[in-house]
Design a protein around this ligand. Structure first.
Ligand SMILES: O=P(O)(O)O[C@H]1[C@H](OP(=O)(O)O)[C@@H](OP(=O)(O)O)[C@H](O)[C@@H](O)[C@H]1OP(=O)(O)O
Length: 436
């Protein structure tokens, strides 16, 4: 997959971010190729925010529902040989989550975070040596949820394995819901209302689910696994599988296909616990319409969404203000490192105006892969991150260079970099162009 854009026709389907928001992390640029800071400026700080690393299923559910559907089919001799292969695979995937790995980061997730920390030290060695010499501290913040806290631990382990002298400089990790869980914290009532009942959102999601091509892909996917007799029972609404404390359910072929898509995509995060290989079971051409639906759900639910309305990303302004304040007033800290969720990294990228992550759609244009560059696999893969390197000169001017998944990235077009540079912005310009 190309970090900047996607050749719609030449990129193999498998590279079209089929794993959507479950895409494991890859750094998008080698730091050796980063542009040099303007003359007279040295790195003095880092403001970092990352999604947690690759993980297990966020909660029990999709595994249980699929096991129940497969058992129901098996009891009616309604499984094909491939369906029996799937049943064995899903059983192993379920077992890998026991006794309670739901919501935790996986071994791959630990690796992603540790290696990101090691690349940070490799690209800014002077910054951390200076911090040790001047006893500057590192603030560690997370959303309050386990996988975010675990990711902070992995990142910190990556730092201290290389530089043990950092250990006494690290604050104890603490939750900061206002900036790292804002979509659920107080003040998020308008956003909650949008998610639950906005008529535009309800309309577009209903349209996308009803799309005949998507319905056909779901049926084609399932017809490789279940007998025609069982599938028609599912189509007639004779099968209803629900969960006690979760609104996920299987009532029709699209529900079943979406549950299968969720298991297929999370398997990519569990390669070190697995392997859980869906290659013989699912075809990319059936997965693509489901990935598009999942991306649409994220685009409208926590991405740029509808042109002229910032309801889905307005609250990210709290985090941007926190990052900017701490970049300008370090108060004895060299870095703030933050660990959160896709529900923060998606709106943050929209708020910052990052190209490919911030283009909304007019209400009368439905999200499709053909008419939007937005892909959750590109905007918020696992371990997605925004890093602001803070530079200062002898006059005390503060510049910020942004990295998005470790790629040099411009802020919104209406933010002006300093003369003669593409990626370095004064903090006062960013305050003007982002927060006013
Ligand atoms: O895909 P599921 O249903 O697990 O959705 C998760 C979110 O995962 P994502 O869809 O973003 O890949 C999860 O975000 P994460 O960054 O923590 O992985 C979120 O915390 C969780 O609540 C689910 O989101 P939802 O919107 O509540 O379904």
């Amino acid at each position: 997959a190309t970090p900047t854009g996607e050749q719609a026709t030449t990129t193999p389907v498998a590279e079209r971010f089929l794993l959507t928001s479950k895409t494991p992390y890859q750094p998008q640029q080698d730091w050796h190729s980063y542009s040099a800071a303007p003359a007279g400026f040295t790195a003095v700080g880092l403001q970092h925010v990352a999604r947690h690393g690759s993980r297990f299923l966020s909660s029990k559910g999709d595994d249980i529902l699929m096991l129940e559907l497969l058992a129901l089919a098996a009891a009616e001799q309604g499984l094909t040989a491939r369906g029996e292969q799937l049943a064995e695979l899903v059983q192993r995937l379920h077992q890998a989550h026991q006794p309670d790995k739901y919501g935790e980061i996986s071994a791959l997730g630990v690796q992603e975070q540790q290696q990101m920390a090691q690349r940070l030290l490799a690209r800014l060695p002077g910054l951390f040596e200076q911090a040790i010499a001047q006893q500057l501290r590192i603030e560690v913040l997370h959303s309050g949820r386990e996988r975010a806290d675990q990711s902070g631990d992995a990142f910190v382990a990556g730092l201290t394995a290389e530089l043990p002298a950092l250990v006494p400089l690290l604050d104890a990790a603490r939750a900061d819901e206002a900036t790292l869980y804002f979509y659920k914290a107080e003040g998020s009532e308008d956003f909650e209302r949008y998610r639950e009942s906005d008529p535009r959102l309800m309309r577009v999601m209903k349209q996308l689910e009803a799309d005949p091509a998507r319905q056909d892909a779901a049926l084609a996917m399932l017809s490789r696994l279940f007998s025609p007799a069982f599938l028609s029972r599912l189509q007639q609404g004779e099968i209803e599988l629900t969960l006690p404390d979760d609104d996920d359910a299987i009532r029709n072929p699209l529900d079943a296909a979406n549950v299968l898509f969720s298991l297929y995509s999370i398997a990519s995060n569990l390669t070190l616990e697995g392997p859980f290989d869906f290659a013989d079971i699912l075809l990319d051409e059936h997965l693509l319409p489901l990935a598009e639906l999942d991306d649409a759900d994220s685009f409208y639910g926590r991405g740029p969404a509808f042109a002229g309305d910032d309801i889905t990303y307005r609250l990210a302004g709290r985090l941007v203000a926190d990052m900017l304040d701490k970049a300008e007033q370090p108060n004895g800290y060299v870095a703030s490192i933050r660990f959160t969720h896709a529900q923060v990294l998606m709106p943050l990228a929209a708020f910052l105006g990052i190209a490919g992550a911030s283009e909304p759609l007019p209400e009368n244009v439905l999200y499709r892969y053909q008419n939007s560059p937005w892909r959750s696999g590109r905007v918020a893969p696992m371990s997605a991150n925004v890093q602001w390197e803070v530079y200062r000169n002898a006059e005390g001017l503060t510049l910020i260079r942004m990295l998005h998944h470790e790629q040099e990235t411009a802020f919104a077009a209406h933010c002006q970099p300093v003369a003669g540079s593409r990626y370095f912005y004064s903090s006062s310009e960013l305050r003007r162009c982002l927060l006013f």
